[in-house]
Design a protein around this ligand. Structure first.
Ligand code: PNS
Length: 183
């Protein structure tokens, strides 16, 4: 009989956990999930309930946006967690934490986080995937800033997220003032 490794379940297969704030989810995140599905049988998107980061969207709103995007992808499970990531991972079948890397500037933060998680659970590895070149400049933080200032983020986040951002940052409709240099 073949011994089944942790992370391999007869129903779930090989499972990876993709944790993050997803405030909001971007096509950069989605690209990582889609590529991870080529390697893993299931990807659990685990949304951190990190209120200390003062998220723009509540955990319920973030869950709803991510679930809506992956509603037709049964290989993706969407969940939220409070507290330590390693404790959440222990309740699942996953052994691998999945994270995206956009640039070398991400590396230090990710290296510290992966090292801390590994010291908390020595069996837990973090797998990094390079974000595709089309999205390496996309982050939830810059998406929020651009949207807040009225810039377009279409094509960088799903349409539902574009709509939710517009609702959040609704500004009173004002008549555009024409600026003339000789005023
Ligand atoms: O998308 P983010 O904000 O970079 O994700 C960071 C996240 C949520 C993965 C990280 O902050 C996390 O794992 N939080 C849970 C608390 C925890 O386990 N902290 C110890 C790891 S350093």
């Amino acid at each position: 009989m073949t011994k089944r490794k942790k992370g391999e379940d007869k129903d779930m297969g090989k499972v990876a956990i993709y944790p993050g704030s997803f405030d909001p989810i971007t096509y950069g995140h989605i690209d990582v999930v889609e590529r991870a599905l080529e390697i893993f049988d299931k990807v659990i998107i685990a949304i951190a309930e990190n209120e200390e980061k003062r998220p723009l969207f509540s955990v319920e709103e973030r869950l709803q946006m991510v679930k809506a995007f992956f509603k037709d992808t049964p290989k993706v499970l969407v969940d939220s967690f409070k507290g330590l990531l390693v404790d959440y991972v222990a309740k699942t079948n996953a052994v691998v934490i999945l994270r995206g890397l956009r640039a070398t500037s991400d590396f230090e933060y990710e290296f510290h986080m992966a090292s801390m998680n590994r010291s908390l659970n020595t069996h837990l590895d973090t797998l990094f995937m390079m974000t595709s070149k089309d999205y390496f400049f996309v982050s939830s933080r810059t998406i929020k800033e651009v949207a807040r200032l009225g810039g377009g983020v279409e094509g960088l986040v799903p349409d539902l997220v574009v709509r939710r951002l517009k609702e959040k940052f609704k500004l009173p409709v004002t008549k555009k003032k024409q600026i003339r240099w000789d005023d």
